[in-house]
Design a binder for this molecule. Structure first.
Ligand SMILES: Cc1ncc(COP(=O)(O)O)c(C=O)c1O
Length: 470
């Protein structure tokens, strides 16, 4: 019934669009509700379908318009095929979490927290202060603002036990977000065509950065408790790899957190093979039930390189991260950073430092934990109630996602498409595997907008799955 109404509206509007001038404004949703005697949800679905067909475009806050055809003759770029040849390495396109969602869509796909979870007041004040400071007009140091480097070093030093020499500010390189730190580390310490170990599944951005650097990925299976140290040792021995990229705390996507015994075993394997562990501590500020405990705090011999991003917790617009790396490896990475982008905007560094050194930052992080716990529990209940065929191996103790196992027979592409048609964006787990996926998974984010609609989103996923079961 609902689908019939949607089709009726789409058909009516297609006729209208066929005779309308490019750029003409469509009647408002409210007018269409009245004209077709349909519900607002049905009208929104019809609009989504028209957008999907490329017939209209929405300008938020203004309205929906007939898409203008800008050129009568399709451009001919065939000459570029010959000029470009085939790429040396094929970099996959940007992943689902980077997709922007229309305002009426339920977004469970995203990787970045909704703005209501950000320290908005602190960020705006910090940017205003930074704009008035010297940082707005000067070139920053190649390794970063000394005070920000000191902040990253001190934060990690606070976790170092007695007997471990804490990192110093000179061991820190400030980055424009951690993605560029992944690229630089892979390029500088692994190199084109060389092997690198990576948990499987693992962060899609690291898989992309490895492809860009031409690094050969060697997957190490990693479940809800982390990687198997024996498999890790075997992979080091078989491949001669010298770097293992991992997320010991609240891994994206599995949510795994290594216990102290596993941490000790992994460190032991890494040391025995004269290798590096690149520890991506992306969710340090998103601890919920347990604090993040960085592995890097246990190493002062330069085996662990520690990557700490502020992008998600301070603001996606203040893209700043820190890399703590000791010894000659630091010089290699710094040289790569210099060649890539010379230095990071001092304005953004000053703003980031301002935010994380305000007394209110700590109360913000406490409140954030509370909010994330509520959102996580809400999504877990919704999924448990509405996605009967789904299985959660673990409720993550931190981070932003659930990693939901589905029956092996699931057609994931179809599931994702069906959910999108019904107004829910989800991310297929295949994007988190460096090789063939070990099963069918969905990654569901609980930090997006409008948690009140989580249940509705889970219901759509459950119904789409049930349709596949027949
Ligand atoms: C594991 C992991 N590392 C790094 C990042 C990205 O950090 P940044 O935005 O600072 O590049 C993400 C973002 O999703 C992530 O999940």
């Amino acid at each position: 019934m609902d689908n019939d109404s949607t089709e009726r509206i789409v058909a009516g509007l297609r006729q209208w669009i066929a005779t309308a001038a490019p750029g003409a404004q469509l009647p408002s949703n409210r007018a269409l509700v009245a004209q077709y005697a349909a519900s607002p949800v049905t009208v929104q679905k019809a609009m989504r379908a028209l957008r999907g067909l490329g017939l209209v475009e929405s300008r938020p806050g203004v309205g929906t318009f007939v898409r203008a055809v800008r050129t009568a003759r399709p451009p001919d770029y065939a000459w570029q095929t010959a000029a470009l040849g085939s790429p040396q390495v094929r970099i996959p396109g940007l992943s689902t979490p980077m997709r922007s969602a229309a305002p009426d869509v339920i977004g469970l796909h995203s990787g970045y927290p909704d703005r209501e979870l950000l320290p908005q007041r602190l960020v705006r004040a910090a940017l205003a202060r930074a704009a008035r400071a010297d940082a707005a007009l000067t070139r920053a140091d190649a390794a970063g603002l000394p005070e920000l480097r000191a902040w990253f070093a001190t934060e990690l030093a606070e976790s170092c036990p007695v007997g471990v020499t804490p990192p110093a500010p000179r061991d820190v390189i400030v980055l424009p977000g951690s993605q560029s730190g992944l690229s630089s580390t892979f390029r500088a310490l692994v190199g084109f065509g060389q092997p690198m170990l990576i948990e499987s599944p693992s962060y899609w951005g690291a898989i992309l950065a490895a492809a860009q650097a031409g690094v050969r990925l060697v997957p190490v299976p990693s479940g809800s408790s982390g990687p198997d140290p024996d498999e890790l040792a075997r992979a080091f021995a078989e491949t001669g790899a010298r770097l293992f990229y991992a997320q010991p705390n609240f891994a994206n996507p599995t949510g795994a957190q290594w216990d102290s015994e596993l941490t000790r075993q992994v460190l032991d394997v890494v040391r025995r093979h004269g290798a590096f562990l690149l520890e991506d501590d992306w969710a340090r500020d998103f601890a919920i039930d347990a604090a993040a405990s960085p592995v890097a705090a246990l190493d002062d011999a330069g085996h662990v390189i520690y990557l700490r991003s502020l992008t998600k917790s301070v603001s996606p617009a203040i893209r700043v991260a820190g890399l703590v790396v000791r010894g000659p490896a630091r010089e290699r990475i710094l040289a790569d950073r210099g060649a890539e982008s010379m230095y990071v905007s001092g304005l953004l560094q000053a703003a980031a430092l301002d935010v994380v050194t305000q007394p209110a930052w700590h109360s913000h992080v406490r409140e954030l934990r509370h909010q994330l716990r509520q959102r996580r529990d809400l999504l877990v209940s919704a999924v448990t109630e509405h996605v009967a065929a789904g299985h959660l191996d673990r409720v993550p103790r931190g981070g932003l996602h659930l990693w939901l196992r589905l029956p092996d027979s699931t057609d994931l592409d179809r599931l994702v498409r069906d959910c999108e048609t019904d107004g829910v964006l989800v991310a297929a787990g295949a994007e988190w595997f460096p090789a063939e996926p070990a099963g069918a998974f969905l990654r569901l984010n609980y930090s997006g907008p409008d948690p009140a609609r989580f249940a509705e989103g889970a219901r759509v996923v459950g119904a789409a799955l049930a349709r596949q079961a027949g």
